[in-house]
Write a protein that binds this ligand. Sequence first.
Ligand code: GLC
Ligand code: CA
Length: 550
Amino acid sequence: MQELKKDWWKKEVIYQIYPKSFNDSNEDGIGDLNGIRQKLPYLKDLGVTMIWICPIFKSPMHDNGYDIADYEDIDPQFGTMDDFDLLLNEATKLDIKIILDLVVNHTSNEHEWFQKALADKNSKYRDYYIFKEGKEVPNNWRSQFGGSAWEKVDDEDAYYLHLFGKEQPDLNWENPELRQEIYQMINRWLAKGIAGFRIDSITFIKKDQDFASLPADGADGLVSCKHKTRNRPGIGSFLNELKKETFEKYNCVTIGEASGVNYEDYEEFIGKDGYFSMIFDFHYADIDVESGTDWFKRSHWQPKDFKELLAQSQETIQQAGWAANFIENHDQPRALSKLVHEDYQNKRSACGIAAMYFFLRGTPFIYQGQELGMVNAQRTSIEEFDDISSIDNYYRGMAEGYSEEEALHFVNLRSRDNTRNPMAWNNEQYGGFSQKQPWLEMTEEYPQINAQNNEVLDFYKDMITLRQSSEISSTLVNGTIEFLPDVPENVIAYVREYQGQRLYCLTNLGTNVEIFTWPKEVDEVFINSHKNDIKKAGNSLLPYQSVLFK
Ligand code: GLC
Ligand code: CA
């Protein structure tokens, strides 16, 4: 194999696959590994160079695979280890790298370690998790998915900690033997030839060891666990050790799901000697809510707020390291539904917001279906949701005093099921995803919005070609970024610069036509979401239009 440069991953374009919803090869209504393999030509044609596959390991699927019962095995819903090897092999032949989802803050309660911990109080596995003896709940922490973060152990005066669902007991990273087991597991996967990992909930691995209660912040009398368990002092030594024992040995790429990291700490996370290659920044992704876990706390954001957060994020990351740019993932609503006024949620706007983020400095991530311009689904009853946090948020919304209708509305806006609806490949029954009723409904729009004759898809291909293999590639990959202040409030304007070449990207994130003097006269247009004649349109931008030019 060719020696890879230290920061080889700067050149990649990463495509995120939610395996349950991507493509079903054996017609059981659930996406699977062979289904992904069948679509490799699609991914190659799109131009992406790496895929991140959400968890495919053995799991009872309380949180769709983020509850792992066996790190060494593939869940039968998705296929077998042979299917995985075949996928890896064929992807490699097409020059498409694969990264997996590493979930090591917690396991499933069905994991052998947890089962042994329950079966025998004195077994060494008891200390792999966080158990507290006593009749009373140890403290008032609320789990990320609602309710107490402690679950009582059957037939014992004891509780165990779960920062997510009760089927997801937290691992005790204070235990060195547990840490070694994790590192060995990671190394086995890296030795298999995967290119790296997206690392789940990683800022939660260090808990304040006083396990103290805090003043309640909700009607339930509980307080968000994150104040005592997210990015807490001491986490650095765990993350350093993790990197040294695993990732560093393989020169792999690592993308931390590192919510709660303050910008002052970015250097430690992604600097020259940082823990990860990149981390996801949620500061602007969560623009529509005051808190990513409390969807009934809506924010009333304006385009200029988004612009400020985006500029701050990019400028800080430029000082510290490299960005992981995204507008969608499996925990977020569809970007078109979130960022664009409802009267403009169309394919032109889908292209506009795409160009806005795709040319930022960093590695772009595309979430399945984003490249088709997919939109949120509208569900009329809580029964129609699968996602555990949607169900929790619905009941918590009502407990906080909202009506049932309001609570459902908030959940519809934010539900994680919005991006989990199956991928629509064509306009046939079930969108070509499966021959059978899929595990989650298709979106209503799938007969129109699917992978056939789709202008948004063509636009994504054009953007990827520009970034990967055009005369402006080096600037788009390596260039610095600077946000320009002298533009209208609703306009986002940045310049990418490299070796004297300057590229301008302008986006109108508002609903009015914006007429203003552009920062530079247009010599050459590389991409225009709205396809109009820029020279004729003269210094104006239509609602949600983006233009990249020099
Ligand atoms: C991360 C995942 C999310 C999951 C949670 C618990 O936030 O992205 O889907 O539910 O961690 O593992
Ligand atoms: Ca299947």
